[in-house]
Design a protein around this ligand. Structure first.
Ligand SMILES: *Cc1c(COP(=O)(O)O)cnc(C)c1O
Length: 241
């Protein structure tokens, strides 16, 4: 078995244990997005061989290179999520190549994604609204107070499908603080789902904390290093979105 296959098994076991241990009122399945940023195509192929079908990338160009390479190899049925912040000059490429964009935090980006999706006669793009739940200045995302208006506007765009919310929570060893942020996300998500029937996805939790996130209601974990191994810092820093 490859290391990646072994790692994936561990992640799915941890996911299933977290689902089994949580409140029964959380009934949605929990999807694992394998975050392959800075990792070579061979690693993605190893994960596909092991049965993984959903992948996340932070940078439009890096994702596109892998998407194209797999298409050339005739690989079908893989779903790609953009999970890095998106600049408007990359909206066209993101709309053309990704299946989901998890980082919509303003109407101008949403409108551009919808426009490019329509122009290319593609099916509606799945989008999540990114929330700045930790209120860190350095983080992207809409503040909770501005969420209802943004959600209504995004939901009315013709070529987008509003699926839910995404958050990058604070990187902290303080489990209670972390749980507080996950719980706040869960409350925002419940309110959003009541207002928008198509909303079914709450993307929160990464390698270090996805079991806690699932315990607090996550329906989508974004897991990178625990599947693919640690990333070299320099590679990540050299790339721009
Ligand atoms: C890199 C990244 C992840 C995965 O992080 P790991 O700690 O390696 O699991 C998840 N979400 C986002 C937005 C990321 O940028």
């Amino acid at each position: 078995m490859s290391t990646i296959e072994t790692n994936l098994q561990g992640v799915y076991q941890a996911r299933d244990a977290a689902i089994a241990g949580r409140r029964a009122t959380f009934s949605a399945p929990v999807i694992v997005v394998a975050v392959s940023k800075s990792k070579p195509l061979q690693d993605v192929q190893s994960a596909i061989m092991a049965g993984q079908r959903v992948f996340g990338e932070n940078y439009v160009q890096e994702g596109m290179a892998k998407i194209h390479a797999l298409a050339e190899l005739g690989v079908r049925g893989v779903e790609w999520h953009l999970i890095g912040s998106l600049q408007s000059n990359k909206a066209k490429l993101a709309a053309q190549h990704f299946d989901w964009v998890q980082t919509v935090d303003r109407l101008s980006i949403a409108a551009a994604l919808s426009r490019h999706r329509l122009a290319n006669a593609l099916s509606p793009l799945n989008v999540l609204l990114q929330i700045n739940v930790s209120h860190e200045q350095t983080k992207h995302g809409v503040v909770p107070a501005a969420l209802p208006a943004l959600a209504d506007a995004v939901a009315s765009l013709p070529a987008l499908r509003l699926r839910g919310l995404m958050a990058i929570t604070e990187n902290t060893p303080d489990e209670m603080a972390l749980r507080g942020q996950f719980r706040q996300m869960c409350r925002l998500f419940d309110a959003l789902a009541r207002r928008h029937p198509g909303v079914d996805t709450l993307s929160m939790g990464m390698s270090a904390d996805f079991a806690i996130a699932i315990d607090e209601g996550s329906t989508m974990a974004r897991v990178g290093s625990r599947i693919f191994g640690p990333r070299s810092q320099s590679v990540v820093q050299l790339q721009s979105a």
